[in-house]
Design a binder for this molecule. Structure first.
Ligand SMILES: Cc1cc2nc3c(=O)[nH]c(=O)nc-3n(C[C@H](O)[C@H](O)[C@H](O)COP(=O)(O)O)c2cc1C
Length: 177
């Protein structure tokens, strides 16, 4: 199974990136886990560019999404929404059509008690419009600075929740709803 992971934060010490690092380590050895490398290099979405001169970096992102069996997205929450980085990437992905039918698992880590629930709901709504198959009940990681240390999830319950999310993602690939 090929999983493509998108991280909505560019920060080196990102809690969400750390959670994705732990996800990569929890994957079965025969799964292929790729952290999407291009999000920081995407230009702002521009429908003229898309129509007349699709940037190579966008074509690469679309190609990797098309080749993936499933998507894992970690979103930070900024002002009750997702990040501009992730929103921009999703805008580029609307036109490609690769998202249709794709199983997607969502997670969000925040120092706040809500764990990024509003950003996650926002991303779920957008992905649903794009015809992705969004798993119900993504993983929320509230008070994440206490549960993520040195770039990895260290809280056992959170690790268990993440393991469950990955299992459900794999099931949704092999047994489509
Ligand atoms: C501009 C800004 C707005 C933020 N707004 C929220 C918010 O609405 N809700 C929330 O839970 N955290 C909010 N935070 C805190 C972020 O969740 C926190 O910085 C988190 O660590 C970002 O994710 P990252 O660690 O993956 O970069 C905000 C942070 C910044 C810098």
């Amino acid at each position: 199974m090929k999983i493509l992971a998108l991280c909505g934060s560019l920060r080196a010490g990102s809690l969400n990136r750390s959670a994705l690092r732990s996800a990569a380590e929890l994957c079965d050895p025969d799964w292929e886990f790729t952290l999407e490398p291009a999000l920081s290099r995407l230009p702002y979405f521009d429908a003229d560019l898309e129509q007349h001169d699709l940037p190579e970096v966008v074509a690469g992102l679309r190609q990797r999404l098309g080749a993936a069996d499933a998507l894992l997205i970690a979103t930070p929450e900024y002002a009750h929404g997702t990040s501009g980085v992730l929103k921009n990437a999703l805008e580029w992905l609307v036109g490609g059509g690769e998202m249709a039918g794709k199983p997607v698992a969502l997670m969000s880590a925040s120092p706040a008690a809500t764990g990024g629930s509003r950003a996650q709901a926002w991303v779920a709504e957008t992905l649903t419009v794009m015809d992705a198959r969004v798993l119900p009940d993504g993983l929320l990681i509230p008070q994440a600075t206490r549960k993520i240390t040195d770039g990895r999830i260290t809280d056992p319950d959170t690790l268990e929740g993440l393991r469950g999310l990955l299992t459900r993602l794999a099931e949704s690939v092999y047994v489509p709803a």
